[in-house]
Design a protein around this ligand. Sequence first.
Ligand code: GLN
Length: 400
Amino acid sequence: MKQTRPGTAKPSAHPTPSPVLTPRTSRADSFTESVIREMTRLALAHNAINLAQGFPDFPCPQELKDAACAALNADFNQYAITWGAQDLRAAIAHRVEAYNGMVLDPEGEITVTCGSTEAMMASMLALITPGDEVIVPEPFYENYGPDAVISGAVPRYVPLGDGESIDEEAWKAAFTKKTRAIIINSPNNPTGKVFTPDELRFIADLCIEHDVIAITDEIYEHILYDGHRHISIGSLSGMEERTVTIGSLSKTYSVTGWRVGYALAGAGLTGRIRKIHDFLTVGAPAPLQQAAVAALNLPESYYRELARNYDRRRKILYKGLIKAGFDCRLPQGAYYIFTDISGFGMTDVAFARHLIETVGVAAVPGSSFYHKGGETKLRFTFSKKDETLHEACRRLEQIG
Ligand code: GLN
């Protein structure tokens, strides 16, 4: 082959591509990683007690472990039906009819998902056209922000309100011609608010008037205090066909790592949710779906005991926080205490770091529950053993 002298080569018609990827924007640039999960990593790195991420440090019921082992030994190793094992959907339908007052057809109205996280994401992807507005009551569980970005929704925030009732005028004003959905989360993470029957009826009427879907995250439905009762907005008249009810095994049965949740909706909405779910994950873990049937068959006394145990833990943490100088209230439901930290003279992120690094307790900075603001708040979970909470309270007394 004829050698080309240096400097005389013609430029190639196909220039060698640069090995360095050209940076472009992506939807992932529009939100940060989860602050809740980041706090867990920081807690691990500093050996701090993790009162940040809401998961139990105590075992799940023995019946669930036995059922999971039995399912593995019986070789439930392959995919379940993409929208959930038939017996699990039947068990969910049974339970939801008894507890939530909703009658669902397991064949066409129930989708088993990888936790409520996937149920929420799949529902939003399935039901929202980019540009649609979605009403998000604030403060909100941090996933809803990225869920909105990923699905192309334009979030419209309404205050959840500090008092006992929501501000009806503000909520009315949030509904526009572009509103496609509203996210309800009762009991609420992070505040513990349990929506009253009147509030839910008011929201339902707005949904009907404006032809809006309610996507309702009810993962804490069994963790209620002081006589508060759970009501599913989907059980209210006129809401049957315009509600997606999201639930999960995670909190009710203390198995957050199992990733078994569900989305309940009329057949029209479910058809769309199932398609998104199928291509996102194919399905939730098959052996754990079998174990979930055993969970749903636990007796009523299990749920009473769950709430009683959380009530005790709630009071331990509350007492410790008050003693340590936090301004807070006992929550009505769920397993968090949302505190005001104005008195400590530090903003939420700096204070959270200080607590992890020097006090040995992790919490979640309040700003991760707001689109703007929240720097005067910090969220603590009490989903931990009594002794873990007592030790955390002892450490919190050392705040300097
Ligand atoms: N819901 C829990 C919390 O708010 C855990 C969330 C999660 O990390 N998936 O802390």
